[in-house]
Design a protein around this ligand. Structure first.
Ligand code: AMP
Length: 436
């Protein structure tokens, strides 16, 4: 690309005063314009402000915090090198490299998201000398401790494993300058409040804190008040709203006809890459097996799979070797596939906010996406809750041949009281598998 084309391609980002080595990477990645969250967050972070941002997955929020952090971390590193050179009594050929300390920490609720965020840092920092590392549970802690001992500037971590490292003394966070909470709502939902408190106690009080969340509720405001200093509030689009590029369809269908309907939709629409959500791991396994039996290559994706198995399954899905991924909510949190066009709610989630997260897997960075919900009458109350969160109605449609049988009686889920399912969902989130 010519120099002129280079700067033209980066026009939008150039006005955000990012370093040339970052702009160069963005050009190579084909990012020509910053997304709305990037336009608002990057200058605020560069100016040293704390931020509290309401941003959905797919909005480009990872670059919104990683680019300015990389920008700010690069300068002191260069100065430190120069200082070493000047202060060194030994000749410059025996220059001792600056001792690295963790200066930026990104906390994520799940391993998948941690992997994804770390991947972004590596990608954007390609032309800098900054080193990043990743720590999450389910894999050897010793190997991670060795990497930390070698020195890193940026650490991406899940809270449980980070605390394990802090307790073992394999790292110090005393030099921390940037603390990022990514998908903070999910972190609280998963019961990480105590871990967060324990981690924050070990951090310097003077630091910049950036909090990103798709949804906001009282507990999140509580957390932000204790952690952020006079934050700049950033909202892109409607709070808790699904990305506008996502078309949302709801098919009313009997629960025992869902498999036939989804098979029909995939086959007749020739859908090639479909992410289906189920509420339970067992159901995900069963559905993946049934789809495969019906001739549609499918794999389950949930927390019972080893980390290695999850990465392998995800890669086959990304590569198009597996047509359908049947995932549970927690496992799917970090899935980032830019061209994913179809997300299916085989069952609606118990937590309405999870609907926003689920469908946010498609329509990423402005791409078009379709979110299909298969709604049985037992789950109608869950749709009502989704509509409250979205603040809009999602009209139901019937597909010829799959019309629900309204003469059938259905189990009413309100037996245990209007909010019984909410209580069950909370219990599950707290006791469930977490990003350790
Ligand atoms: P995120 O919301 O951070 O998960 O980002 C969603 C996707 O958008 C990722 O695949 C990014 O690589 C991509 N992305 C982020 N910013 C931009 C941009 N300014 N232009 C094009 N793609 C972007």
């Amino acid at each position: 690309m010519s120099e002129h084309a280079d700067s033209a391609a980066n026009h939008g980002f150039s006005s955000l005063s990012l370093r040339p080595e970052l702009l160069q990477v963005l050009t190579a990645l084909g990012y020509s314009q910053p997304t709305p969250i990037q336009t608002q967050a990057i200058p605020a972070i560069l100016a040293g402000q704390d931020i509290m941002a309401g941003a959905q997955t797919g909005s480009g929020k990872t670059a919104a915090f990683s680019l300015p952090i990389l920008h700010k971390l690069t300068e002191p590193l260069l100065r430190l090198d120069e200082k070493n050179q000047q202060e060194s009594e030994a000749p410059s050929c025996s220059q001792v490299p600056a001792i690295r300390a963790i200066r930026a920490l990104v906390l994520t609720p799940t391993r998948e998201l941690a992997l994804q965020v770390h991947g972004s840092f590596v990608k954007y920092a390609k032309l800098t000398q900054l080193k990043s590392a990743l720590v999450y549970g389910g894999v050897s802690i010793d190997a991670q401790a060795q990497i930390l001992a070698a020195g890193v500037d940026i650490l991406v971590a899940t809270p449980g494993r980070l605390l394990d490292h802090l307790r073992r003394g394999s790292m110090s966070l005393s030099e921390l300058e940037f603390l990022v909470f990514d998908e903070a709502d999910r972190m609280l939902d998963m019961g990480f409040k105590d871990e967060i408190d324990a981690i924050v106690k070990q951090l310097p009080k003077t630091r910049q804190t950036l909090l990103f969340s798709a949804t906001f509720d009282e507990s999140l405001y509580g957390l932000s008040q204790s952690l952020l200093r006079d934050p700049k509030r950033i909202e892109v689009g409607e709070r808790n709203a699904a990305a506008v590029e996502i078309e949302q369809r709801v098919y009313a269908v009997d629960s025992d006809r869902k498999l036939a309907l989804i098979t029909h939709l995939i086959e007749s629409g020739k859908l090639q890459q479909v992410l289906i959500f189920s509420r339970k791991k067992v159901a995900a396994d069963k559905l993946a097996a049934n789809l495969t039996k019906a001739g549609i290559g499918a794999q389950a994706f949930h927390g019972d799979l080893s980390q290695g198995a999850r990465e392998k399954v995800l890669q086959s899905f990304k590569d198009g070797e597996v047509r359908v991924l049947v995932a549970t909510d927690v496992a799917a949190r970090g899935i980032d596939i830019i061209d994913l066009n179809y997300v299916v709610n085989y069952e609606l989630p118990y937590k309405a906010e999870d609907y926003v997260h689920r469908i946010g897997r498609t329509g990423r960075a402005g791409n078009k996406g379709v979110a299909i919900t298969l709604l049985c009458r037992e789950d109608e109350h869950l749709l009502e809750e989704v509509e409250v969160v979205l603040d809009k109605r999602l009209p139901q449609q019937w597909l010829a041949g799959f019309e629900p049988d309204l003469t059938k009686s259905v189990d009413t889920p309100r037996k245990g009281g209007r909010n019984a399912h909410k209580q069950r969902a909370k219990k599950r989130a707290n006791g469930g598998r977490r990003g350790r």
